[in-house]
Design a protein around this ligand. Structure first.
Ligand SMILES: [Zn+2]
Length: 337
């Protein structure tokens, strides 16, 4: 039993990360290769299966010791059908039956999950919210991904697409979002968008120490904004603080809808550590209600960029323990031993 292992895959628009994960969440081995999404979904799935095969071989794991495979993929997904419906990060993909294809190519039971949900599951399983049954993760990446764990289970909702907190509207008739709505949280608080906003302000003539950086490099990221703000740059501080206010607003709304014990901040912006956490906590305290003490503990991710791949494997372990890990071939069903 102790030699058993689960495979996690984090399918991103840029990279496919594959990892071997033990039953207590330890990473035994990890590999990464580029996602060549333009070559089509079936080729990418073959690459994924090949990456799994190579990693298992490299670590001399007998195939019978592999309890299953979990994949975290960008959504929206059709989870019941095991499909990627479409994805901004995987251009041209439409209703790709990734679970079935990967089962056939890997001959392993496959669990498909939204990547943000997989990351939330990992933080609940072995990360910043270990032991907490009720947890929400906000992944402040290119956009804002979110996952919600309630009583140890991923919150899905009727359409299997719950917890899209990045697309909760924080400004009526606000900035247009890539999703078709206006005023989405991720337009005001994701690292990519605050960098875009700062660049716009500088191009319009706002004075900032980031001006010369923009001139030299043509761009900068949210980390540069945090550093400039810490160094006393007034424009950078205003923009960073505003983003933290919007994140705090989202945290208050999550407090009242999901009522989690822990709220994990993850993704690129969380690399700024206490400068993010301190501001968000401060604005949360100012905005949150005063009539009942049910504020979540707001913390930073402990798993960083590995949360997705660890969580995906964690879901393969969960299915294995629950006895729901099986492969449906045209010829019949095989349960993983
Ligand atoms: Zn949106």
């Amino acid at each position: 039993m102790s030699n058993q292992i689960a495979v996690g895959i984090d399918l991103g628009g840029t990279n496919i990360v594959t990892a071997l994960i033990t039953d207590d969440g330890a990473v035994v081995g990890m590999a990464s290769r580029r996602t060549d999404a333009q070559r089509g979904a079936e080729n990418v799935v073959s690459e994924m299966a090949e990456s799994v095969r190579q990693l298992i071989e490299k670590h001399s794991v007998p195939i019978n010791d592999v309890v299953g495979l979990g994949i975290g993929a960008p959504g929206p997904l059709r989870l019941r059908e095991g499909m990627i419906h479409r994805s901004a990060n995987l251009p041209g993909w439409q209703d790709v039956p990734i679970r079935q294809w990967l089962q056939e190519k890997s001959e392993l039971p496959v669990q498909l999950e939204n990547d943000a949900n997989a990351a939330a599951y990992a933080e609940h399983w072995v990360g910043a919210g270990k032991g907490a049954g009720d947890l929400v993760t906000l992944t402040l990446g290119t956009g804002i991904g979110a996952g919600s764990i309630i009583d140890g289970e991923i919150l899905r909702g009727h359409f299997q697409n719950a917890a899209e907190f990045g697309h909760t509207i924080v400004e009526l008739d606000g900035r247009p979002c890539t999703c078709g709505q206006r005023g989405c949280l991720e337009q005001y608080a994701s690292p990519g968008n605050i960098a875009k906003y700062a660049i716009e302000q500088i191009r319009k003539g706002s004075k900032s120490s980031l001006g010369p950086v923009l001139k030299a490099n043509g761009a900068f990221d949210s980390q540069a904004i945090a550093e400039a703000a810490l160094a006393g740059d007034s424009l950078a501080d205003t923009i960073w603080d505003e983003a933290c206010r919007y994140i705090a607003l989202a945290c208050v709304n999550i407090q009242h809808t999901v009522n989690p014990e822990i709220l994990v901040l993850a993704g690129g912006m969380s690399k700024s550590g206490d400068f993010l956490l301190g501001r968000v906590r401060q604005h949360f305290a100012a905005q949150s209600w005063k009539i009942f003490d049910d504020a979540p503990r707001i913390v930073l991710s402990e798993l960083g960029g590995n949360a997705g791949v660890i969580g995906a494997a964690g879901l393969a372990w969960k299915a294995h323990h629950n006895g729901t890990a099986s492969i449906n071939f045209a010829s019949g069903v095989r349960s993983a031993e």
